[in-house]
Design a protein around this ligand. Structure first.
Ligand SMILES: Cc1ncc(COP(=O)(O)O)c(C=O)c1O
Length: 424
């Protein structure tokens, strides 16, 4: 018997067929989508799951009304919570709080964290504004003090963190994968450092879980957040993972219907309110019910792709892009070449003053024949990093399971011809 040692081919064509946006034309041009870090395209299955909800259910869930229809809706919520818990390898669905996205998850933690004599929060300059600004505002309200750890070539060095984390640190908040610098952050040492000094660790997984499997038990962070839309799920839904004890130690963030266990009132004085435990305690108001089956389907879709080939596929695209960019003298790549491919994106900036990012963007949309390239240029809501690097903006290519080497090459050819013409 001969045993094949060939790696299983990654069935990218089969994956692409599930994403109708890749098939259609926009102004007569077909899409080359290199903007998945902004949001991943939605599969047919996700779109159908959401629309099926509206067509066949359309009611609110079972904690308010308890009729059979409401119970069917509630079952979708329960399924999604379980799917999210399994996706992150959480111990229990009670560790999964639904929010409207990563942004709301960070706002929740920044607002509700029980700061006491520990009132310092350590952030990094890689953080998206979704992480930076909620803590910045807490600092402006006088609740906390902020400390910043600066990255080196897109990476946070634990040795730099050591100086910032101490017995006054309440929380260290860090991205697992920067939305600009690329690569991933090795968090084991940072977690040990934070926990060793009695601080909690918040991990922003918004750019991590689209092509990595997160295991919160191994990661051992206290809080982890991601957005459904960045893994091909629906908009308006996010996940905040927290250990139950940590979640239940948080103060209130948003209160309202669905959060209350009991209200006692004698009709005169101050009512006495008892709240439910996490996760319900944080999920005030009618939920975005239609998004739950969409999230369940997005997670099912991603988990059906074996982890190693998915990572290898996305890594190979990043590697190809980074190597191609490095051969173009008019631009410079961000991050460390040796570990960029651990992430799912690559950013660069022009080093030639004649290279106009705005013109290049127009070129990508209008000058590539029957194709156009969708990507993102600017500060990517990562103003701290751009300030740190003294850059006005960067251009970012970001990848998901559906991208191909041919798309990378098409982009690189376009870049070469734009750069040659503009910088001649
Ligand atoms: C690293 C990172 N964190 C947080 C966010 C915020 O995610 P959302 O807008 O889905 O809340 C983003 C979005 O781009 C991101 O890239």
């Amino acid at each position: 018997m001969t045993i094949s040692t060939a790696k299983p081919a990654f069935a990218v064509d089969k994956i692409r067929r599930e994403f109708p946006a890749l098939e259609r034309e926009f102004n007569g041009k077909k899409l080359v989508y290199l903007d998945s870090a902004c949001t991943a395209l939605k599969s047919r299955g996700v779109a159908e799951a959401v629309s099926r909800f509206y067509e066949t259910l359309g009611a609110c869930g079972g904690k308010r009304s308890t009729h059979l229809l409401a119970q069917a809706v509630e079952a979708e919520l329960i399924r999604a919570r379980q799917a999210a818990a399994d996706f992150l390898n959480a111990e229990s669905p009670n560790e999964i709080v639904f929010t409207s996205g990563t942004t709301e998850a960070v706002n929740l933690v920044a607002r509700a964290f029980p700061y006491d004599e520990r009132r310092e929060v350590v952030l990094t300059d890689l953080e998206h504004n979704a992480v930076f600004l909620p803590f910045y505002e807490a600092a402006r309200r006088g609740e906390i003090e902020l400390k910043f750890c600066r990255s080196r070539d897109g990476r946070i060095e634990p040795d730099d963190m050591v100086k910032l984390v101490g017995d006054k640190t309440a929380l260290v908040a860090i991205t697992h994968a920067s939305n600009v610098a690329g690569g991933t952050q090795g968090l084991a040492e940072i977690r040990k450092l934070a926990h060793g000094r009695g601080a909690r660790l918040f991990v922003d997984d918004a750019q991590f879980v689209s092509s990595h499997r997160e295991d919160v038990r191994t990661l051992n962070a206290d809080f982890v957040a991601f957005s459904a839309h960045k893994i091909g799920g629906p908009f308006g839904l996010g996940v905040l993972y927290g250990r139950e004890v940590e979640l239940n130690s948080l103060r209130h963030y948003k209160v309202g219907g669905g959060t209350v266990k009991s209200v006692r009132w004698d009709g005169k004085g101050m009512p006495e309110v008892t709240y439910l435990d996490a996760p319900m305690r944080f999920e005030a108001g009618v939920a975005n019910f239609a998004a739950f089956p969409g999230l369940t389907e997005a997670i099912r879709f991603l988990r059906a792709i074996p982890e190693a080939p998915l990572r290898e596929h996305v890594s190979s695209l990043v590697r190809r892009a980074a190597e191609g960019l490095a051969r173009i003298p008019e631009v410079k790549v961000l991050g460390r070449r040796d570990d960029l491919s651990e992430g799912s994106l690559v950013s660069f900036y022009p080093v030639h003053k004649e290279f106009s990012v705005a013109d290049f963007n127009l070129f990508l949309n209008h000058e590539l024949g029957d194709r156009f390239v969708a990507l993102r240029a600017g500060e990517h809501c990562a103003h701290l990093l751009h300030q740190s690097l003294k850059l006005d903006g960067t251009v970012r290519l970001s990848f998901f399971a559906y991208n191909t080497a041919e798309e990378v090459d098409l982009f690189l050819d376009g870049l070469k011809s734009y750069a040659k013409e503009a910088c001649a």
